[in-house]
Design a protein around this ligand. Structure first.
Ligand SMILES: Nc1nc2c(ncn2[C@@H]2O[C@H](COP(=O)(O)OP(=O)(O)O)[C@@H](O)[C@H]2O)c(=O)[nH]1
Ligand SMILES: [Mg+2]
Ligand SMILES: [Zn+2]
Length: 311
């Protein structure tokens, strides 16, 4: 049988059976564990992994995992504390990463948005942005949202405007999540719980806020968890995605994760151009001509300088 890993606790895995959606407590079969141990990760199987499993005890609902299916993508964190280069897989097979942002109450900075997008790109996860609390916006704020939509959608990041108060965009939000595995992120207070409750009323989403982790510099091992909002619609609550991506990213690689830069790859005079102040830089030209949003370029500069944690 096949199933989906919803949660892990030590050597036990909560597996959701593909057959009928029932939950089983599974361990790794001995032989399979030995094979997995040879890979250098602290957790060979993570939330979101698809596995092959068999029943062990029908009454107690326990089983044995015998194989893992290939991953579409995964979020990994290098464990810096150990001498050997072990890494920790936070979650796998994420179909979309959704950032919930607000222009005000609280303000989500564009630097934060762009860092989220770069992180998602680096893990090969399609990203979307939801701007919530539109009911709080005056005309000017609305116009700014439209401008952001015009910036982000051509780059491949669909934008949605929502309000849990007026109901704007809620049907679209529901449709966006339906039958997918989504990762939800965003600052504390932007309305993640409220939005999820529009689909699954009274769902107590225990989302650990990304900003909390980044700002306090917590480096403890954190486990992701998956929740089934309605049949076959899942969200992953993965703490700390903000601090994960760029840690290991070289300056020279950063432009690969800005679609408007990667599509101009090779157009600069120097093949190793960092697009800072080099002559005949295609990126700088595009910024001057307004073809690349200056806010995006500023985010790039900020990430290259490594001071984006303060934004
Ligand atoms: N005005 C307004 N307030 C909202 C909206 N969505 C959520 N809120 C409020 O924002 C606050 C934080 O919401 P919550 O869902 O707990 O945010 P979370 O921390 O991201 O889970 C609560 O007081 C909500 O009632 C919205 O669309 N408009
Ligand atoms: Mg919440
Ligand atoms: Zn350049």
């Amino acid at each position: 049988m096949e199933g989906l890993i919803m949660r892990t606790t030590g050597s036990w895995y909560n597996v959701r059976s593909d057959e009928d959606g029932s939950m089983w407590q599974c361990r790794l079969r001995g032989k399979f564990k030995i094979i997995l141990d040879q890979k250098k990760t602290t957790n060979p199987i993570a939330v979101g992994d698809r596995v092959v499993w068999e029943t062990e005890n029908e009454l107690e609902k326990t089983g044995l995992i015998t194989d893992i299916l290939p991953r579409d993508n995964y979020i990994i964190r290098k464990s810096v504390h150990k001498k050997t280069a072990h890494s920790h897989i936070l979650a796998a097979n994420i179909q979309q990463a959704i950032l919930i942002a607000t222009l005000a109450y609280p303000r989500t900075s564009l630097g934060f948005v762009d860092r989220f997008l770069v992180t998602a790109e680096s893990f090969d996860i399609p990203a979307r942005i939801i701007f919530n609390k539109t009911d709080l916006l005056e005309e000017e704020g609305r116009a700014f949202l439209d401008e952001l939509k015009r910036t982000y959608e051509p780059l491949g990041y669909p934008c949605l405007f929502t309000s849990t108060l007026t109901g704007e965009g809620i049907d679209e939000f529901h449709a966006l999540l339906k039958d997918k595995i989504s990762l939800l992120s965003g600052h504390s207070g932007v309305g993640k719980t409220s939005l999820v409750n529009t689909i699954s009323p009274a769902f107590n989403l225990p989302t650990k806020e990304v900003s909390d982790f980044a700002e306090k510099g917590v480096h403890t091992t954190t486990f992701a968890e998956m929740f089934e909002l309605e049949p076959n619609t899942f969200i992953i609550d993965a703490p700390g995605i903000k601090e994960l991506g760029l840690v290991e990213m070289a300056k020279e690689e950063l432009h690969h994760f800005f679609p408007e830069m990667s599509k101009r790859f090779g157009e600069c005079k120097y093949y190793n151009c960092l697009h800072l102040n080099e002559p005949d830089c295609a990126i700088l030209h595009a910024v001057e001509k307004g073809e690349i949003a200056s806010s995006r370029y500023l985010s790039y500069l900020s990430m290259i300088e490594g001071d984006d944690n303060r934004r």
